[in-house]
Design a protein around this ligand. Structure first.
Ligand SMILES: NC(=O)c1ccc[n+]([C@@H]2O[C@H](COP(=O)([O-])OP(=O)(O)OC[C@H]3O[C@@H](n4cnc5c(N)ncnc54)[C@H](OP(=O)(O)O)[C@@H]3O)[C@@H](O)[C@H]2O)c1
Length: 360
């Protein structure tokens, strides 16, 4: 595989920092450009991030003195200097939509963590183990945008990154008809740490703006089908969620209840999880977890603190599968929200797109 020059738009933020450390020593992607708002532009990365550095590892040495660029004002130059960009910015949705389309139209592919384009029918929202074939819609998107190379591909919301992978291997054979998920979401999902979000200590906040809508609708796009150059959402399963913010630094947990058309045995569910492999494992992509879904037999697992970093934060942990009085089964699952749920998921998607030639 050739080496790609990569830019990070929103490099100073929580997800941007995650990209910076995940891409340090990446075999295919070399970060050569960092961009953020006018507030950071012109400063070195180290100066621009300052005390906001929230990663468990130090800032990569190679990036410390890189001068941060203005993502909006220097778009044409940025698009020329890199092969593609990762994008994770905190801006109004209409501005993000325009920013990402402008980069794509400048023939710079955009791998995005933002929600702005998740509803755009010809923009694929790819969980590489689940719907790699949705990349095929990129040709229709390129036609609409009038581009040869440029396109946008998006990462789904972090909340669903634990329960959608757990439900997926059960869908075809057993027909998941209804799922209920209550999520217990980490503060890094709001771009916060305990220092910047002291009101979360000893507290639970029962509202995360827009999160329940995303958690209920986005899975239907992921399970959708391409028809006439658009992704048509799946009609089932019916999903309902409640999303709470809890005092955890990293790792979103979900308590899930599920009903099937044809109820499997407990052993069948566990066997499907254990056997599940997708395109990243088949293609041996650099960031792919060897075992995507890990089942814990212990009653007190998965735990955010113990299990979020499983397989470098790229695996999903599941536990407590048991019969339910109202639904067929219930279980608990966990994924690292800024790794698999954000930057790591986007890096894996970019690896998949690179392996399939979409970034050439
Ligand atoms: N945190 C998560 O777990 C998570 C998961 C999935 C998706 N996301 C999504 O990822 C995006 C970023 O989230 P975050 O948690 O990383 O946010 P964050 O920590 O608040 O960082 C926001 C980033 O956006 C940049 N930015 C703000 N206004 C800008 C502008 N006008 N032009 C260019 N850059 C601008 C900031 O640059 P300055 O430093 O210069 O202000 C900073 O780099 C959001 O859309 C979020 O919904 C987050």
């Amino acid at each position: 595989m050739k080496t790609f020059k990569v830019g990070i738009i929103g490099a100073t933020g929580m997800v941007g920092q995650r990209f910076a450390i995940l891409l340090e020593n990446h075999p295919w992607f070399q970060v050569t450009l960092l961009a953020a708002s006018a507030r950071s532009a012109g400063k070195t990365y180290e100066e621009a991030v300052g005390s906001r550095w929230a990663m468990p590892k130090p800032m990569p040495q190679a990036l410390r003195n890189l001068v941060v660029r203005d993502a909006s004002q220097e778009m044409e130059a940025i698009a020329k200097e890199v092969d593609f960009v990762f994008c994770a910015v905190d801006m109004p949705k209409d501005q993000i939509k325009k920013l990402e389309e402008d980069y794509a139209k400048l023939e710079c592919p955009v791998i995005s963590n933002n929600s702005a384009h998740r509803g755009t029918p010809d923009v694929p929202m790819i969980v590489p183990e689940i719907n790699p074939e949705h990349a095929e819609v990129i040709s229709a998107q390129r036609k609409r945008l009038g581009t040869k190379r440029g396109f946008i591909a998006v990462k789904s919301n972090c909340s669903l990154q634990s329960y959608v992978p757990a439900l997926h291997p059960l869908m075809e054979e057993f027909g998941v008809t209804e799922a209920l998920a209550c999520t217990y979401q980490a503060i890094s999902g709001a771009g916060k740490t305990f220092e910047t979000f002291p009101e979360i200590v000893d507290n639970v906040i029962p509202f995360i703006g827009g999160e329940e809508e995303k958690s209920e609708l986005e899975p239907l796009k992921i399970w959708g089908k391409i028809e006439d150059g658009r992704i048509l959402n799946a009609e089932t399963p019916s999903i309902t969620t409640q999303c709470l913010r809890v005092p955890v630094s990293d790792g979103h947990t979900a308590a899930v209840f599920v009903r099937f058309a044809k109820k499997p045995s407990l052993e069948e569910v566990k066997a499907r999880w254990a056997a599940f492999r997708g395109a990243p494992q088949e293609l041996e992509l650099p960031s792919a977890p060897k075992q995507f879904l890990h089942y814990f037999e212990e009653d007190n697992r998965p735990q955010a603190k113990l299990d979020r970093d499983l397989e470098n934060g790229m695996a999903v942990s599941i536990g407590r599968l048991r019969e339910d009085r109202q639904y067929d089964y219930k279980f608990v699952c966990l994924s690292h929200n800024t790794v698999r749920g954000a930057a790591g998921g986007a890096v894996l998607m970019a690896e998949l797109l690179a392996a399939k030639g979409y970034l050439d």
